[in-house]
Design a protein around this ligand. Structure first.
Ligand SMILES: Cc1cc2nc3c(=O)[nH]c(=O)nc-3n(C[C@H](O)[C@H](O)[C@H](O)COP(=O)(O)OP(=O)(O)OC[C@H]3O[C@@H](n4cnc5c(N)ncnc54)[C@H](O)[C@@H]3O)c2cc1C
Length: 398
């Protein structure tokens, strides 16, 4: 017995795997591990899906991904199309297609280069389309558009419902979720990992840090400094309006993420940066920045000029210096794993990442290489071609 087991602070829960964080990545990794037979405990500081995973724009987008993420995103997309078989719920997934609009000839050239780059790398899921095809797909769009990129099998889903579906599927496989249970310290003693919480210590052979924007501090405790920082990403939802747009839209030259739900409301975002309060555990809206996005929407859909905004909010998301996530075994400690830093695009990847993280923890290696996401990579910004032809995050939509 080690000091923790002997101490007066009790070990209140034991499992094969401890997961810190009840977002989509924690819930998906827990579910996939439990269906492989592992006993799993998830420790969540607030409640499951409280943060990014429950409040995001729901974009299920392979379009515009950095090259290293594409195999992962394509694997995940196949899983989105068969989600009911996996977790018993479709997460509200609608295969609406995703369309990235070019508004100028220069932007269309950028789209053309992007599609050529993907094809040179063997990826054919993004299609360059001309103005007529864009307007055929979305007749309500302003006539100044000149073309774009279309991905037919992309779409959108409901974030809270999806994360809850993974949680419930996990529970059916025996995963135990502890909400209101923040981990303040992680320690490895002998062959076991321990996580300190206000309820007492939890112990397991393996530990996964999937704590979203709060993961950097936990990695630091294991001696692994990661250039990760939080951002408060904003979204707004309009009043209801008659159906006018089927696809999920983005723009090439300016920030935009745009979709109309069945109930008529329109969700507008696009990595709009608000305020992140990590200590207070919440995000805040900067309304002046939202005005700019509203202007973009009106430029593209002039008939929405008088449409009111119903509500706006911000969620706290983890960003890394090279805009790629950390999905990796620790390089300093045994049986410690990470899955965080999804840079505003991690919802789509939740189903597949959970499976690969479970493989990494249980089999020792994932079935798809995660080398690009190693925690000891350089984190230097790669050139635009290696990530996306849109050099700024702002131009990447959901
Ligand atoms: C406004 C917005 C829009 C977005 N739109 C899209 C989109 O359209 N498409 C897309 O693919 N992605 C989108 N994203 C990104 C996506 O939501 C995230 O990448 C993804 O949800 C990250 O999931 P996660 O499980 O890693 O993190 P989170 O959902 O943040 O979950 C981490 C959890 O860990 C818990 N936690 C933290 N510290 C501790 C601790 N010490 N102890 C216990 N628990 C802890 C937190 O409370 C939290 O619940 C968006 C994000 C935002 C904010």
């Amino acid at each position: 017995m080690n000091e923790i087991e002997q101490s007066s602070e009790r070990v209140v829960g034991k499992a094969d795997i401890l997961v810190i964080g009840g977002g989509l990545h924690g819930a998906s990794s827990a579910f996939h591990s439990a269906r492989r037979g592992a006993s799993v405990i998830v420790l969540e500081a607030d409640y499951v899906a409280r943060h990014s995973s429950g409040v995001n724009a729901g974009g299920v987008r392979t379009l515009g991904r950095p090259l290293p993420e594409i195999p992962l995103a394509l694997m995940s997309r196949d899983m989105w199309h068969t989600l009911p078989e996996l977790v018993g719920d479709d997460g509200g997934f609608v295969p609406s297609g995703q369309l990235k609009i070019a508004e100028t000839q220069a932007e269309l050239d950028e789209c053309r280069e992007r599609v050529a780059l993907l094809q040179a790398n063997g990826f054919t899921h993004e299609q360059l389309i001309d103005r007529e095809t864009v307007l055929e797909l979305e007749p309500a769009l302003s006539k100044h558009v000149v073309g774009g990129i279309w991905v037919e099998r992309d779409g959108y889903a409901l974030p809270f419902r999806t994360t809850t579906a993974f949680r419930l599927a996990g529970q059916r496989c025996g995963v135990r979720f502890y909400e209101g249970t923040a981990v303040s310290r992680i320690e490895q003693r002998g062959t076991r990992w321990y996580a300190k919480t206000p309820r007492g210590w939890f112990a397991a052979e393996k530990l996964l840090v999937a704590a979203g924007a709060w993961s950097g501090e936990l990695a630091q405790q294991a001696g692994e400094a990661v250039p990760v920082h939080p951002e408060g990403l904003m979204l707004m939802v309009t009043h209801r309006v008659a159906p006018f747009c089927k696809a999920t839209l983005g723009a090439t030259g300016r920030p935009l993420s745009f979709k109309q739900f069945d109930n008529g409301t329109v969700v507008i975002g696009g990595k709009l940066i608000g305020i992140a309060d990590l200590a207070g555990r919440h995000g805040e809206v900067d309304f002046m920045r939202l005005v700019k996005s509203a202007q973009t929407v009106v430029d593209l859909f002039p008939h929405l000029r008088h449409l009111g905004i119903n509500r706006a909010w911000a969620g706290v998301e983890a960003f890394t210096d090279d805009s790629l996530p950390v999905i990796s075994a620790s390089r300093t400690a045994s049986n410690l794993y990470y899955s965080f830093g999804y840079c505003g695009s991690g919802f789509q990847m939740g189903p597949a990442c959970g499976r690969l993280v479970a493989e990494m923890m249980i089999d020792g290696a994932p079935s798809l290489s995660l080398d690009a996401f190693a925690i000891d990579r350089s984190f230097a910004c790669v050139d635009a071609g290696a990530t996306s032809t849109s050099t700024s995050n702002a131009a990447v939509h959901h």
